[in-house]
Design a protein around this ligand. Structure first.
Ligand SMILES: C[S@@+](CC[C@H](N)C(=O)[O-])C[C@H]1O[C@@H](n2cnc3c(N)ncnc32)[C@H](O)[C@@H]1O
Length: 294
């Protein structure tokens, strides 16, 4: 039992995040993947942030992983960029931060962030809140860290059609219970299927294209990223974590509204990266009001 400040100081059971720690400690130290052009494009498309927005600002990368977007923000922003992550991915992220004078990385839990309320001008959190035990509470906890007028942007997995949700849940029911020492080699064995799906789904033959879609549904978590090593990493990212929730735009907009945020924008309409994973998602931004009415 721990005292939980998020829960008004009541005594609550701390949620079990051991699998999150072990998965991402392994994943982001084993796969320190840097794809500068893709990372910059994903950062721009999923945050809507330009270098001018970040200049002189204090920025939080909430759930920074190995720091691929921390690197982009730090390169663009002559301000301060802080990465926060629960796992030993912070070791990989610190190696990134060391190359930038105004970047730092802290290990901690987004549900109990080690920062004072109102600390940040910008917060971005890409593919993280959906890996926490209570996404709505995690969002509320992050929104409190915004200064008046500050902006937060999040990307989470989208809720799929019932059949797809069922296939995803069924597969993950098994895979999330497998030891990582078995799951990682399994992902390596499965990864070529991602390349095959990609080629089939791009086929001009309608029959081959449909067969590719069927194969994709049957192996829904196997990444189709063009780079075989990223494919292994993304496939592990799908099958290993205990928490992987999917959300509707309406639900996420509700998190923003309940946190009292305004100017809510939907950035999630860009399908450019869909074919290899973190593309199609629920991607909203909003601002804390600059002044609070008396
Ligand atoms: C899918 S990875 C995304 C990492 C990074 N945002 C990126 O896109 O490269 C999810 C990250 O969220 C972190 N994470 C999950 N739950 C967390 C929590 N409660 N507090 C802080 N970080 C958390 C994991 O350790 C992991 O590094």
């Amino acid at each position: 039992m721990t005292e939980d400040p998020v829960d008004g100081g009541r005594m609550t059971e701390a949620p079990d995040q051991e699998r999150t720690k072990s998965t991402y400690s392994l994943q982001w130290n084993r796969f320190r993947i840097v794809r500068p052009e893709e990372d910059r494009a994903t950062f721009r498309n999923h945050t809507g942030l330009e270098p001018a927005d970040l200049a002189g600002r204090i920025v939080l990368d909430a759930g920074c992983g190995m720091g691929r977007y921390l690197r982009v923000a730090a390169e663009q922003a002559p301000g301060l960029v802080v990465g926060l992550d629960l796992s030993l991915a912070v070791e990989a992220a610190r190696a990134v931060a060391e190359q930038h004078s105004a970047a730092a990385v802290v290990r901690g839990d987004l549900l109990r962030p080690p920062f004072a309320p109102g600390s940040f001008d910008h917060i971005y959190s890409l593919g993280v809140i959906d890996h926490t035990p209570d996404p709505a509470a995690t969002f509320a906890s992050l929104a409190r860290l915004l200064r008046p007028g500050g902006r937060i942007v999040v990307w989470v997995y989208p809720r799929e059609r019932p059949l797809i949700e069922w296939v995803m849940d069924l597969q993950r029911l098994v895979t999330t219970r497998l030891p990582l020492a078995i799951l990682l080699p399994l992902c390596r064995i499965l990864a070529p299927i991602g390349g095959l799906k990609r080629r089939m789904m791009a086929s001009r033959s309608r029959v081959v294209e449909r067969a590719g879609v069927a194969l994709h549904v049957a192996t829904i978590g196997v990444s189709m990223h063009p780079d075989p090593e990223v494919r292994v990493c993304d496939t592990l990212d799908w099958y290993a974590p205990r928490y992987l929730s999917r959300h509707t735009t309406q639900e996420v907009a509700g998190w923003f509204e309940r946190a009292g945020l305004e100017a809510i924008e939907d950035l999630g309409r860009d399908p450019r990266f869909f074919h290899h994973g973190q593309g199609r998602g629920v991607n909203l931004a909003g601002r804390r009001p600059a002044t609070v009415d008396a």
